[in-house]
Write a protein that binds this ligand. Structure first.
Ligand code: SF4
Length: 337
């Protein structure tokens, strides 16, 4: 057993993180058990289910791995109106969701005022936390939306290696994204961030640095989703991330950040049946479930599963799987500690 597994109450160093990420397949059980016990000790058994509404799949960016990229002309694009978004949020709140995630590509069609109006209206009728995931936007916009009532903002940096970041998205630079994250934190958002595990050219050291950057940013929610190639993107023929490395990353992230909310990505289900339940057993405690198609009557928003990555399982099946695995679904908003 690596020394770093015996003494996890101290902060893990970069070397220890790399050593743990290199744990051989077949010898990962002690790592997963340690992560699970730390999750239980610091976070408890609650699983926070967040309801995600992807209200627009337009994006002005062109990330090589993403199906929403601007140059993917095969996508059937849609935008929901403000009233449709508010109605969808109402349905999720009535269904018991305590956090509503409003998500889109970087789509400036939705200006500062529209988003502020949507956030403010939702907060008037529902006792929910509102999380925004709209990509990198203006600093004044973040401030306005915070005043309108937004609680959290998810902005992933995808890779902490500046060279890789530039390969994946040549239109923006890593330092800018980090500045946005620091600003969001400073003005009072609970911030979610993280990377994608298994992207082309990524090394184990890069994954270790991703974990360290999330820790250094003091993010409240950490997300390390596995890379799954999307059709009609430059990376469509690249290999899918290995389940082993995806789970090891979650487990090591838990050891490195015992009190942080950690997401078990529904993309894990694309690699292995019930993969996102496996993620819960390796230190994670949050699931973001894309419910756009289940709460909208408009067929256009029923995402084409061959084009847009919709791996979210049926909500009822997910709830019963969580309960069968010995965990319980949280009934609170689950504000990070
Ligand atoms: S990862 Fe985000 S910013 Fe990049 S293309 Fe996809 S939706 Fe747009």
């Amino acid at each position: 057993m690596p020394h770093s597994l015996q003494n996890t109450e101290k902060q893990l160093s970069r070397e220890e993180i790399i050593e743990l990420l290199n744990t051989e397949e077949g010898l990962t059980e002690p790592l997963f058990k340690k992560a699970d016990s730390l999750r239980k000790k610091y976070i408890g058994d609650d699983v926070h289910l967040r309801g995600v509404i992807i209200f627009s799949n337009y994006c002005e960016q062109n990330c090589l791995y993403c199906s929403m990229r601007e140059e993917n002309f095969s996508v059937d694009r849609y935008r929901m109106s403000a009233e449709e978004i508010i109605l969808a949020a109402k349905k999720l709140s009535n269904a018991g969701y305590k956090t509503i995630v409003l998500s889109s590509g970087e789509d400036s069609y939705y200006d500062t005022d529209i988003i502020a109006y949507i956030v403010y209206t939702i907060k008037q009728f529902a006792d929910v936390a509102v999380t925004l995931s709209l990509g990198a936007r203006g600093f004044d916009e973040y401030r306005t939306w915070k005043i309108a009532g937004a609680d959290r903002y998810i902005l992933k940096f995808e890779s902490s290696n500046p060279e890789l970041y530039n390969i994946y998205n040549e239109k923006t630079v890593l330092q800018d994204r980090i500045q946005h994250l620091r600003f969001l934190k400073r003005i009072g958002y609970r911030v979610g961030s993280g990377s994608i595990v298994g992207l082309p050219k990524q090394s184990v050291e890069d994954i270790a640095d991703d974990i360290l950057l999330v820790r250094e940013l003091d993010a409240d929610i950490a997300s390390f989703s596995p890379f799954v190639p999307s059709p009609f993107t430059p990376y469509q023929n690249m290999p899918t991330a290995s389940l082993g490395m995806a789970l090891k990353t979650l487990a090591v992230a838990r050891l490195a950040m015992p009190q942080t909310h950690i997401v078990s990505s529904t993309a894990l289900n694309k690699i292995s049946e019930n993969g996102c339940i496996d993620g819960l057993n390796c230190g994670a405690n949050v699931i973001l479930s894309d419910l756009t198609s289940t709460i909208s009557t408009n067929e256009k928003y029923s995402l084409d599963k061959n084009i847009i990555s919709d791996y979210s399982p049926d909500p009822h099946k997910l709830e019963s799987l969580i309960e069968t695995s010995g965990r319980k679904i949280a009934t609170t908003k689950g504000d990070p500690v």
